[in-house]
Design a protein around this ligand. Structure first.
Ligand code: ATP
Length: 469
């Protein structure tokens, strides 16, 4: 590879001066809308509260997040298998799991402003009439007592709506894994410790959704149930805490923006003997990104009781059967995507002009390389198209010839494209292109026919978040 770092073009030189401040949620929402990541859903009908649609780059980003999760779960290890279970399952699944009886939030209504609040979050909520006050703090507030509200979405299956047709949209993907434990044990020929992983949509009728895609009623989860001999459960719990923390930091999350928080005894779910949350410092404060629970034998025991099936593992060496304990790393795709965007967002000044850039890990970036003819003449678009066609079979690439080169760079910066290839007059003469690095803004001349190999190799290498200095 030939490198000419000194060869810079006056029309492209971009000296940087960084001004690092953390973004507000409004800035993130604006960028996501402006650049086609995420839109409010049903906008032409006035929108539905806290529901979002993902546009082109949002879909690509989420796909990359899920791909990286699958790579970590099954691509790089042999002890986890995949499953894709149904969203509508037998209603008794939710009886056994405890969701029918216990998946509730305490709800308080205000008869005056008609707003609803989660009783456990009332201290952080705002009064509908006087937002500077908390609900219940003004004379006008007329709050009901707290009552339990089940978060599962009910639906009915088949043409007749009666009690026999009641079904639920799954509120988590985990139960689809437990009910397939026996199938996997038989057909995947696994023995503890082994895991079953699933990615898919879940639905919760949240009382107070909000904070953009942080809490919505329809969202995607990435969950893995890891079945282990009971005596090893604590060890594996610690193991998955470390693994999952590393997944986020390897993908560029700054270590000081992410932390582990152990649940207190009063916070633990009915099934859990220990849970730690991975929290990210979102613009609204430290909030849960992923929960990692030691679920004991609760799920398999309950499903065995309710279904009448034996859900055990027969250990040949010990000559006895036992119910494995379960460690569950449960993450949200949307929350992870939000954390990656927030962590990557930066506004800096380049030669007196503001530049907004998403410093996404190249593996997460929706587009890896943009191919840009310097101008739309002198054979440049044609040559750029050829290079683009060669590249796109190996890397997520985009071709863009509209507008000034500076504007096109800015657009790619905002969607987080790590590399830009500019085709100019010299390309036609000697076959080299300018390779621009999103983060350092360094421009080097490289032979066009070596770019695919070079960038593929860079994608495989580790990446250090430039915000870390
Ligand atoms: P929270 O306390 O924020 O309601 P949770 O503890 O109920 O979350 P889990 O049941 O552990 O969440 O689900 C695992 C993951 O699924 C969460 O860490 C989060 O990333 C994601 N998740 C849960 N509820 C939602 C939601 N309403 N919107 C978006 N993501 C969600």
């Amino acid at each position: 590879m030939r490198r000419h770092p000194s060869l810079r073009f006056p029309h492209m030189s971009e000296a940087t001066a960084t001004a690092a401040t953390e973004p507000t949620l409004d800035e993130i929402v604006a960028l996501c809308k402006r650049r086609g990541f995420i839109f409010p859903s049903s906008e032409i009908y006035g929108g539905v509260g806290s529901t979002y649609d993902y546009g082109h780059y949002g879909v690509l980003l989420k796909t990359n997040v899920k791909d990286q999760w699958w790579r970590a779960m099954i691509g790089r290890r042999d002890d986890v298998v995949a499953i894709d279970s149904a969203i509508i399952q037998h209603p008794r699944v939710w009886e056994a799991s405890g969701h029918l009886a216990g998946f509730t939030d305490p709800l308080i209504d205000c008869r005056t402003c008609k707003l609803r609040f989660r009783a456990d979050q009332i201290a952080d909520a705002h009064c509908g009439r006087k937002p500077s006050k908390h609900p219940g703090e003004t004379d006008e507030c007329d709050l009901t007592d707290a009552r339990e509200f089940n978060l599962m979405f009910e639906t009915s299956v088949g043409p007749v709506k009666d009690s026999a047709s009641v079904a639920y949209l799954r509120p988590e993907t985990a139960q689809g894994i437990f009910i397939n434990f026996k199938n996997v044990l038989q057909f995947a020929r696994k023995k503890p410790p082994f895991g079953i992983a699933q990615v898919g949509k879940s639905f919760r009728n949240e009382i107070t959704p909000g904070n953009f895609i942080f809490r919505t009623r329809e969202f995607e989860q990435m969950e893995m149930e890891y079945f282990v001999p009971p005596e090893d459960a604590e060890k594996w719990h610690r193991y998955w805490l470390d693994e999952r923390m590393r997944w986020y930091t390897d993908l560029g999350i700054r270590p000081d923006q992410i932390r582990l928080r152990e649940h207190g005894a009063d916070e633990l779910s009915h099934y859990s003997s220990a849970t730690s949350d991975i929290e990210y410092l979102f613009p609204m404060g430290w909030s849960e990104l992923e929960g990692i629970a030691n679920r004991g034998d609760f799920d398999l025991t309950e499903h065995a009781k309710h279904s009448g099936e034996k859900l055990e593992y027969f250990d040949q060496d010990r000559g006895e059967a036992y119910v494995p304990h379960v460690i569950e790393p449960a993450a949200g795709v949307d929350r992870a995507a939000l954390a990656f965007i927030v962590d990557a967002y930066e506004v800096e000044e380049v030669e007196g002009r503001k530049r907004t850039v998403l410093r996404l890990h190249p593996r997460l970036a929706p587009v890896k390389v943009a191919v840009l003819p310097l101008v739309s003449k002198a054979g440049m678009p044609e040559r750029a198209r050829e290079i683009y066609e060669e590249l796109r079979s190996r890397l997520a690439a985009e071709y863009d010839e509209g507008g000034s080169i500076g504007r096109r760079y800015r657009r790619q910066d905002e969607i987080g494209t790590p590399w830009g290839l500019t085709v100019d007059g010299q390309t036609i003469e000697d076959g080299t292109v300018t390779l621009r690095d999103r983060d350092s803004l360094e421009q080097t001349r490289v032979p066009a026919d070596q770019v695919a190999d070079m960038l593929s190799a860079r994608l495989e290498q580790g990446w250090r978040n430039p915000k870390l200095g």
